[in-house]
Design a protein around this ligand. Sequence first.
Ligand SMILES: [Zn+2]
Length: 285
Amino acid sequence: MNSVLTIDIGGTRIKSALFANGEIVKTHSVLSHGSESRDAILAALDETIREYEGFDAVSVSSAGRFDPKTGVCVYASDNLKGWTGFHLKEYVEEKYGKPCVVDNDAACALLSQLGDCSQDTLMLTLGTGVGACLFKDGEIYRGQNFDLGALQHITINEGGALCDCGKRGCAEKELSGTGLHRIIDKWYPNESVALRDFFVRVRQGEEKALGAMKEYFDLFEVYLAKVRERIPSLKRIVLSGGAVDEVAFAPLLEKHPEIRIADEPNLCGVKGAYRLYEKEQHGIR
Ligand SMILES: [Zn+2]
């Protein structure tokens, strides 16, 4: 019997699932109160863990940069206030008496999509920002100070939107839902079109919507060229996140067979956390 509690900590929600012999047998979700304080996040984490019993180990996927060896959060934005410097692994192990593994959410999302594939793979999560994580030479590429290579800060639009990193025109700002929205606003200057409605218009073949999508794909092509230049061994790219729509993205996927959309994107976090636990068990990290 192997029973693992997997927890996915994001700025908005803490999602969790209990895996018994590799299958999800229970799930739960609470607000994370990430923008409030560390204590508020920990209250939500404790509430989550108390939902479950009979687990042998805990595996956590969390937003923020993590040192997976120590389970310490090296850096987190204010989406998880007070998380920077927090010893998450130690906290869970001491309070609940179970072994705990921890990793960054982009790394876990990537693990959830690898399957048996060991080819060099880039996972891009297109949401409010861009999460980018690379699997290279059989392992997750950690970059400097666990920044995973900062592939979301590749410049793709000279003079584009100002990024938190201080540069302009990063993929983070241009390829995210926020970036797509900026393009949509340009094509619909007198309307406020929500992302979901925009995708409906793309499906209906509305000319302006297709024009906006084309403008977005042109930026995507710049990113692809730059990322390939930096990682010549790259074989596959997996997309997930709220700014990805299967139909709207079809032209991009048709042109680039190496790009696909993630399986079960809602479960990326907990499934990735389970893969993380398995990897730890087998010592193949
Ligand atoms: Zn940037």
